[in-house]
Design a protein around this ligand. Structure first.
Ligand SMILES: [Zn+2]
Ligand SMILES: [Zn+2]
Length: 292
């Protein structure tokens, strides 16, 4: 196991708006336990939008915008980003800035969700507790200059919450409250925890294939829930790679989607690590961590 470092003292102040919003969304999701809100069409909408918006986070926010692992035509980039926006994880500029800081300072001071502060911190607390390692709004341009320069991305950033509200209104008009409870609240909560597991579980349980100098791990069950993002040790070893599941059994649905897009000529410059790069970084078999 990696050694733990003392956590810097955290001021008492909290980010109340984010904390309250997360609390209300979780309370809304409890509606799935009330039979009056159940309908099979609502369950179907929730599943479809979990796949779409979870995929939007992994493909657009993460592999395309944060790491530039592939290039797509600009209209496709905007469309995929808007799909990711509907996961209500913040605008693309903020998300990319936090995630680039995570890669620059993984599991050290400066990492917004440093896993040495414990699973609850890495999973959720970093979002609403006062967090000196979280990239401040005025620093986003330093971490994501490519996105800040893009007027389309600035527009999407500005209206990101409104887009999810608009989707909720459409659901209400078409399918009633059952679609809102299942397709918005429950689906958001499920997708949140799947994404957050990459920051918590995939820095704690699983195995390490590569020497990354951090706590990142490969975890099959996180990868299944997040369409390939759970192969997180591979990702920290080769952040530029469009493919995260690097061994034959490491199923990576996002990579299969990118391959299909490349075949359809919708994606180009798809980046992958070379065989030599992978061999050089491999850990020896003795240092493989406990399998999850
Ligand atoms: Zn990580
Ligand atoms: Zn990343």
């Amino acid at each position: 196991m990696a050694t733990t470092t003392p956590a810097p003292s955290i001021p008492k102040k909290r980010d109340y708006p984010v904390g309250i919003a997360l609390l209300l969304i979780h309370i809304g999701a409890l509606g799935v336990f009330l039979p009056m809100f159940f309908s099979w069409s609502a369950v179907g909408v929730a599943v479809v939008f979990y796949i779409l918006t979870g995929g939007g986070i992994t493909l657009a926010y993460h592999r395309l915008l944060t790491h530039r692992s592939l290039v797509v035509p600009k209209p496709v980039e905007y469309a995929l980003t808007i799909v990711g926006v509907l996961a209500l994880q913040g605008g693309p500029i903020e998300w990319v800035a936090q995630h680039r800081a995570h890669h620059a300072h993984t599991d050290k001071d400066g990492d917004p969700h440093n896993s040495h502060r414990g699973m609850p911190w890495a999973h959720i607390e970093w979002l609403f507790r006062t967090n000196q390692d979280r990239v401040a709004p005025e620093d986003r341009a330093r971490w994501a200059p490519d996105l800040v320069k893009d007027p389309g991305m600035r527009f999407i950033e500005k209206y990101n919450v409104l887009m999810t509200v608009a989707l909720a209104v459409v659901f209400l008009l078409v399918g009633g409250w059952s679609w809102v409870i299942w397709g918005i609240f429950a689906r958001l909560v499920f997708t949140y925890h799947c994404t957050w597991l990459v920051n918590s579980a995939s820095h704690a349980v699983g195995y390490q294939t590569y020497r990354t100098g951090d706590r990142s791990t490969n975890s099959w069950w996180v990868a299944l829930l997040t369409f390939g993002e759970g192969w997180h040790n591979n990702h920290h070893a080769f952040p530029f790679s469009a493919r995260h599941g690097l061994r034959w059994f490491e199923f990576d649905l996002t990579w299969l989607t990118i391959k299909t897009m490349a075949w359809l000529k919708l994606a180009s410059n798809v980046k992958l690590p070379s065989h030599d790069m992978m061999e050089r970084l491999k850990v020896n078999s003795n240092s493989t961590r406990n399998a999850a």
